[in-house]
Design a protein around this ligand. Sequence first.
Ligand SMILES: NC(=O)c1ccc[n+]([C@@H]2O[C@H](COP(=O)([O-])OP(=O)(O)OC[C@H]3O[C@@H](n4cnc5c(N)ncnc54)[C@H](O)[C@@H]3O)[C@@H](O)[C@H]2O)c1
Ligand SMILES: O=C(O)C[C@H](O)C(=O)O
Length: 395
Amino acid sequence: MAAGRRVIGAEHVEEARARGRIVVEILPGDIVTALASETAQRLGIRLVDGPIERPAVARTDGGTSLRRVLYRRSPKWVAPKPATPRNARRLTKLALIGAGGVGGTIGHLAANADLVDEIALIDITPGLAEAVALDLNHASGISRTRARAVGGTDAALVSGADVVVVTAGRPRTPGMSRADLIDVNRRVVQAAAEAIRTQAPGAIVIVVTNPLDEMTVEMLRATGFPRERVLGMAGTLDSSRFRNALAAAAGVGPADVEAMTLGSHGDEMAPIVSLSRIRGRPLDVFLSPARIDACVKDAVTGGGQVVALRKSGSATLAPAHAAIELIDHIRGARTGPVPVSVMLDGEYGIAGVVLGVPCHLGRAGLVSVEELKLTDAELAALRAAAEAIRSRLGL
Ligand SMILES: NC(=O)c1ccc[n+]([C@@H]2O[C@H](COP(=O)([O-])OP(=O)(O)OC[C@H]3O[C@@H](n4cnc5c(N)ncnc54)[C@H](O)[C@@H]3O)[C@@H](O)[C@H]2O)c1
Ligand SMILES: O=C(O)C[C@H](O)C(=O)O
């Protein structure tokens, strides 16, 4: 046996109990015997895989790995499959204002999923939207999908869209916060809003441009559309990052993790730990408090990590998937609560500001905001996020 390696047996658990402790920490390399696990279970003591990197080692001396014990003792876990309702609607026209990194990728995913008849790309940079549209159409000979793409600089291309996604505007560069983009992107969002208001007055708008919550407020103001038809995309992206971090930390697949982030798409992001689950069980069954905190931090800083690596420009692939997730909820291909930035009207005790909250979406946009039972600290984080957005907008 390697020096320093301990075999955690039932006696360690009994001893912890005698000392009034409720956890036994497992260190890297420790072996947890099946008897220790059973005793812990019986006495209600948790075996915490504290600073461990790959929890517990495989059996070498008749012991068993902590992870295998936990799984065996868990109720049989089957990752829920996303529902694929038969009546998912195919969109008629998806307009993408901004055909850069995120807009172009949304076009690619939408064309490949064949969820729409026509994709119109509009970009202020001459030739860019036409080029992306041509490129997408060139791929259809392989994908054999029916979606046809058109592109140009003319705002009239938005006409007749049932969903418009706005990604037009500047991304941040290293050293900037998303909030630093308010002034430059406000004008871009106002121009997009004018095109949508006049050309596609019945459309549902998904705002992606940063700073997301503030730009969604601008879109609401400038279009005059009801809150049901102006949705901000960020929560689906941040939640995906949080699930990815948790899955990696626990050594499980992303489908084993359910987790959501609410609040702002910025420093006041609020990953909801109390309701997150790994294989249907609370996070602290699998992860120490320090590791959960690290996953929260990873979600909050995920966008910045990509910006720092890319040096010019920000993430495009995950954000595009996250926008498609919202489109799928709108067209009925996915159901259930999904985090979206919407104008609040008293939900969670907040009104008059846009914030990421769990929503049910449908073909008319926002159907309802779901009010989850959050901890006092999580509720306070949502309210702090609302105040921060208000102050950035001078509301
Ligand atoms: N909400 C989120 O989760 C999220 C995720 C990723 C990116 N973003 C934001 O989305 C925006 C776009 O990111 P990107 O990576 O696609 O940037 P990008 O620079 O690749 O593309 C932006 C495009 O907008 C175009 N544009 C600028 N002004 C325009 C106007 N008035 N009309 C039409 N087009 C115009 C530009 O020509 C450019 O092609 C940024 O603000 C970024 O911060 C948000
Ligand atoms: O981080 C950014 O600036 C882009 C985007 O908001 C993201 O989260 O990837």
